[in-house]
Design a protein around this ligand. Structure first.
Ligand code: AMP
Length: 211
């Protein structure tokens, strides 16, 4: 299955993509993760991307298109993949179509803006192992400390309130038009995010006909 997950930042795309990846045995591909790795490693791509990411803006299309086309050429993508957070612009979607990446379904996860602000404001992440927490809905056993590896949890720079507002505006302006794009291709499915991860996963499985 070749699947795209579309949704605002904090919609739970990453979590759902992980669930689907395990269930279907196909990789989850997140350009956000690839870029964060590049920033951490200080590569030329990472150095170019950092200021865009820190301000909540999109990284330029040509950088993303190169990254994603290269990644989709890897052997583990032969039986399908789940794209998490890419494409995020019409130009990126057209580039995938231009490279004959035959997407089966674009699944939109809908969440109201107020819920996003609440979710991302309380998000804490482990800088070492990547485990994600929420101060209210999914707190670690000991405040500020990762359950999995004991590292001190941090707030992602782009989860800062002003940056979140920027990311939401960017989503509505640049990414939401993809819904019409995939609807016109007859590939769009819409799911509404529930407050619990399992409820959302169950709805997505139903939409995709996975038992
Ligand atoms: P994410 O973890 O998917 O929210 O991505 C974090 C940040 O990386 C975004 O706010 C963007 O700055 C950048 N980014 C990730 N994926 C893309 C993409 N497909 N197009 C443009 N920028 C992206």
């Amino acid at each position: 299955m070749k699947l795209i997950l579309i949704g605002p930042p904090g919609a739970g795309k990453g979590t759902q993509a992980d669930v689907l990846s395990k269930k279907l045995g196909i990789p989850r591909i997140s350009t956000g993760d690839i870029l964060r790795e590049a920033v951490k490693a200080g590569t030329p791509v990472g150095m170019k991307a950092k200021s865009f990411m820190d301000s909540g803006a999109l990284v330029p299309d040509e950088i993303i298109i190169e990254i994603i086309i290269e990644r989709l050429g890897a052997r583990d993508c032969i039986n399908g993949f789940i794209l998490d957070g890419v494409p995020r612009t019409i130009a990126q979607a057209q580039a995938l179509d231009g490279h004959d990446v035959a997407i089966d379904t674009a699944l939109a996860i809908e969440v109201p803006d107020e819920d996003i602000i609440e979710r991302l404001g309380g998000r804490r992440v482990c800088p070492d192992c990547g485990t994600t927490y929420h101060v209210k809905s999914n707190p670690p056993a000991k405040e500020g400390v990762c359950d999995a590896c004991g590292a001190a949890l941090i707030i992602r720079k782009d989860d800062d309130a002003d940056v979140v507002r920027n990311r939401l505006q960017t989503y509505h302006r640049e990414t939401a038009p993809l819904l019409e794009y995939y609807k016109a291709q007859g590939k769009l499915e819409i799911s509404v995010s529930h407050s619990d991860v399992t409820g959302t996963a169950a709805e997505i499985f139903k939409i995709l006909g996975i038992s």
